[in-house]
Design a protein around this ligand. Structure first.
Ligand SMILES: NC(=O)c1ccc[n+]([C@@H]2O[C@H](COP(=O)([O-])OP(=O)(O)OC[C@H]3O[C@@H](n4cnc5c(N)ncnc54)[C@H](OP(=O)(O)O)[C@@H]3O)[C@@H](O)[C@H]2O)c1
Length: 261
C-alpha cells in the first residue's frame, strides 16, 4: 500500500504538546477542518481550555507526560478504544532550554533529550505497530530550523532537533512499505511561550496561527519536509550548504557571537 495523506474520515488526529503554542493552534485548525483531535501534554487545565473550541470537529484532552513511555502506550490504547484509530499524529511536544557553552548544566541536556527525543520515541513506539498493522497512517515530527546546523545556546536543543529529522527520515524509509507516511516539520521562529526565554534576534517570526496554517497545509502533501517561513528557512539552508569554514563564522557574526566577552 503506497502511503497517502490522511483525512478526517480515516480516523482521529493526535497532536502532542497541545496545551499551548503551535500544538494548541494546530489542534484548533485541524478541528475546524472536521477532525476529531486528541491533544496531549501534562497540564490538564491548559488542555481543557483548548477543548472549549467550537467548530466543525472537536478536541478532546488526553493528559500524559510523554517521558513516561508506559503511560503513553496506555493513553494511546485507551484513546483508540474510545475514539477509533489514530490516522494522523503530529508529534509536536518539545522544550527549549538554552545552554551557555561556558557554563553548561548537564540537567539541561538531560531534560531536553528526555522530552524532545525520548518523548517522541515513546509516541513512535505506541503508534507505528498500530499503523503498520492497519497499513495506513501519517506521522509528522516537529523539529526546527535549528536542526539545519549550529546555533549559539542550542547545543542541547539543536542536537535534539537534528536527531528528530534523522529519526523521521529513517522511519519514512522503513514505513513506506507499510503504507505509513512520515514527515518532518522544520519551523523558523514562531511566537509562543517557548520563545519567552529566548533572548535571540528572531527574524521573520510568525504567529502560532500562521504556523498552524502552514503545517495543516503541509500535512495535505506527501513531501518529507514541511518548512516555513521559507524566506527564512531556505536562506538558512543555503548558508549551511556552504563549507563549515564559511558557514559557522557567518552564523557567529549574524547572531552577535563574534563580539568579545
Ligand atoms: N516557537 C518556536 O519558535 C519554534 C520553532 C521551531 C520549532 N518549535 C517546536 O515546536 C514545538 C512546539 O513548541 P511551542 O513553540 O509551541 O512551545 P510551547 O508553547 O512551550 O509548547 C510546548 C508543548 O510541549 C508540551 N510538553 C512539554 N514537555 C512535555 C512532556 N514531558 N510531556 C507532554 N507534553 C510536554 C507542553 O505542555 P505541558 O507543559 O502542559 O506538558 C506544550 O504543550 C516544540 O517541539 C518546539 O521545539 C518551536
Amino acid at each position: 500500500m503506497t502511503p497517502r495523506t490522511m483525512k478526517p474520515s480515516d480516523g482521529i488526529a493526535w497532536v502532542t504538546g497541545g496545551s499551548s503554542g503551535i500544538g494548541a493552534a494546530l489542534a484548533c485548525r485541524l478541528a475546524s477542518q472536521g477532525w476529531t483531535v486528541a491533544i496531549s501534554a501534562r497540564r490538564k487545565d491548559k488542555l481543557e481550555e483548548v477543548t472549549s473550541f467550537s467548530g466543525k470537529g472537536r478536541i478532546i484532552a488526553v493528559p500524559v507526560d510523554l517521558t513516561d513511555a508506559k503511560a503513553v502506550e496506555a493513553a494511546i490504547a485507551g484513546l483508540e478504544e474510545r475514539e477509533g484509530p489514530i490516522a494522523l499524529a503530529v508529534l509536536n511536544a518539545g522544550i527549549y532550554l538554552p545552554v551557555q557553552a561556558e557554563a553548561p548544566k548537564f540537567e539541561d541536556y538531560r531534560k531536553t533529550f528526555e522530552v524532545n527525543l525520548s518523548g517522541t520515541a515513546a509516541c513512535i513506539c505506541a503508534l507505528t505497530p498500530r499503523m503498520s498493522a492497519r497499513k495506513t497512517g501519517q506521522i509528522a515530527i516537529v523539529s526546527s530550523a535549528t536542526s539545519f546546523g549550529g546555533m549559539p545556546t542550542a547545543s542541547a536543543y539543536g542536537a535534539s532537533k537534528a536527531a528528530l529529522v534523522n529519526m523521521a527520515a529513517c522511519l519514512r524509509i522503513e514505513l513506506h512499505r507499510h503504507g505509513v507516511l512520515v514527515q518532518a516539520i522544520t519551523p523558523g521562529f514562531v511566537e509562543t511561550p517557548a520563545q519567552d526565554d529566548n533572548a535571540f534576534p528572531k527574524p521573520f517570526m510568525v504567529s502560532a496561527e500562521t504556523a498552524a496554517r502552514r503545517i495543516a497545509s503541509g500535512l495535505k502533501s506527501k513531501r518529507f519536509e514541511i518548512t516555513f517561513p521559507r524566506r527564512f528557512t531556505w536562506a538558512l539552508k543555503a548558508m549551511y550548504a556552504l563549507p563549515y569554514g564559511w558557514s559557522l563564522p557567518l552564523v557567529r557574526k549574524q547572531t552577535g557571537w563574534d563580539k568579545p566577552v
